[in-house]
Design a protein around this ligand. Sequence first.
Ligand code: SF4
Ligand code: SF4
Ligand code: SF4
Length: 331
Amino acid sequence: MKINYLHITRSRLPRLRQAIQLVYLCYSILLGIQFCQFYEWALNSQGVPPVRPAGIEAFLPISALLALKPLFLHGTYDPIHPAGLTLLLAITVSAFFFRKGFCGWVCPVGTVSNVLEKLSRNLHCKRKISPWIKYPLNSVKYLILAFFFYVIFVQMDSKQINSFLFSPYNMTADARMLHFFLSPGKVLLIVLATLFVLSVFIKNFWCRFVCPYGLFLGLFAVLGPVQIQRSKDDCTQCGKCDQNCPGGIHVSNSETIRSCECIGCLECVSSCPTACVKPGISHTYSLPCLLIPIGTISVLLIAWGIAVSTGYWHSQISVEMFTKFYKMMSP
Ligand code: SF4
Ligand code: SF4
Ligand code: SF4
């Protein structure tokens, strides 16, 4: 008997996704707690220093984007936040091969966004947005990403990039982010409250309309080999796939979903009563559903393993240097 280890009942996909998202959310919270302990130790320098969790650099995507330029131009790997750069590269590779599985299955911000979406569904307060609002809103993330690309890849030369990467500002970016969220100012609170309200009324507001990181990954996913395929012969036009798609994609309108909004969450697959939506390379070559989450997580783990064993995971800044700069920036 042939056993397909990548097979799972379609109805179990949402539960599996929630479980994986929960694991990564808990892991992110754990990273945050470990970093707080390291930061507190650095300010007081008492007792044995706890390990600085390098994974916290996943939350410094702008620093990682800046580090791409010296990597491509001179082959130099960022020694300040190497884990951040490793994760950006790994997530981009995974997006090319396995759609935006990172967004659909791993990213903790995406998880929170999904929770808000479920909340809005249960409260029946989800609103449809008209194309007049949708298209200008959609352009926001393109403008943000274009701005970053223009500044980093056009305006800043290698010298300016290096001065930023080696500046005390960048070295303490993790601690600044911690302060930013632990002692939020009025502006941040207003922004967060606005995003919360918008996310309750508009499906996945942050991920669909604002996040430039998701768009960056989407541009690679569009070029990749794996897409969501719909067989129109078996489709009854029930519309369940459209209702459940967190990316707001009209799945029932297309035969191949090539949108950069598709996060590979497989909600369309699990909700389709006729099983006519599947991931695949073409209509004739469908793939096991689990390939998207397993492929995505495998790329992340492989990249982590290679980076740790080759010395490209932990920062080359010494604990003493971190301590010195954290003390300098501490309010
Ligand atoms: S769009 Fe951005 S915030 Fe949303 S899941 Fe993707 S990377 Fe995370
Ligand atoms: S098209 Fe399917 S896999 Fe893609 S975001 Fe929508 S529901 Fe998820
Ligand atoms: S859920 Fe399946 S049958 Fe219903 S509209 Fe979507 S693809 Fe067609």
